[in-house]
Design a protein around this ligand. Sequence first.
Ligand SMILES: NC(=O)c1ccc[n+]([C@@H]2O[C@H](COP(=O)([O-])OP(=O)(O)OC[C@H]3O[C@@H](n4cnc5c(N)ncnc54)[C@H](O)[C@@H]3O)[C@@H](O)[C@H]2O)c1
Length: 257
Amino acid sequence: MSGLLAGKRLLVTGVITDQSIAFSAAKLAQENGATVVLTGFGRLSLVERIAKRLPEPAPVIEVDVTNTEHLASLADRVREHVDGLDGLVHSIGFAPQSCLGGGFLDAPWEDVATALHVSTYSYKSLAMAALPLMSRGGSIVGLTFDATKAWPVYDWMGVAKAGLESASRYLAMHLGPKGIRSNLVAAGPLRTMAAKSIPGFERFETAWTERSPLGWDLNDQEPAARACLALLSDWFPATTGEIVHVDGGYHALGSES
Ligand SMILES: NC(=O)c1ccc[n+]([C@@H]2O[C@H](COP(=O)([O-])OP(=O)(O)OC[C@H]3O[C@@H](n4cnc5c(N)ncnc54)[C@H](O)[C@@H]3O)[C@@H](O)[C@H]2O)c1
């Protein structure tokens, strides 16, 4: 077997459509030699249908990251398909509508708690659920949207992503001694189901397409997926707690306004 991920066994979360960043990651991973197991949330039959569009049909196991039973049984259910894991892709985010689109000052704690549970805490809980299957050289990768700044309309999702970025650094600290890395990819805006649920998301689209030094294709998930695969590969063996920007270079620029 050849390719960047030859022989790697990966658990990829977050496929819901073929626009999902996770779908691109799973597809490219298979094309580069990996064996992929997917997790699906909620609409399992939909995820199973999408999984059939991959180069190799991939098994789908059900994981709601807020369900402790799903997490407790994850390792055994993954073992039905592969004998261990070399990598984990966390490509999960959700915030109730009140938390997005300018509602920052009014969103109730219950909704904010949901956003943080699904989008931030789950990075740690999913990693711990997969840990029994992982050994030295293992790699965990998540997706963020640059949380060093406050963005219009992103609101509590921005806070959740800031927490995710911190959680990844703590995971890097705690899992480093086991030889397991934790890194994030900070993607620019992409037209996925999650993005479309953010009222006012088009403001990001205009900013990115007009200002990114390299230009930015809102419909191309592949650059973000490729970065995930690079971080899952053996080519970043001494990198952990890192955030790699895949945003056309937007983050590097200042603004005059
Ligand atoms: N699309 C963008 O512009 C963009 C930019 C930067 C980062 N991201 C991040 O990329 C990741 C993937 O999102 P996407 O844009 O591919 O959208 P997507 O809608 O395709 O994927 C989001 C996934 O989260 C899953 N999910 C939601 N609640 C869950 C739960 N309780 N348990 C398990 N899974 C759950 C959904 O089923 C879905 O598969 C997210 O973390 C998102 O914040 C997206």
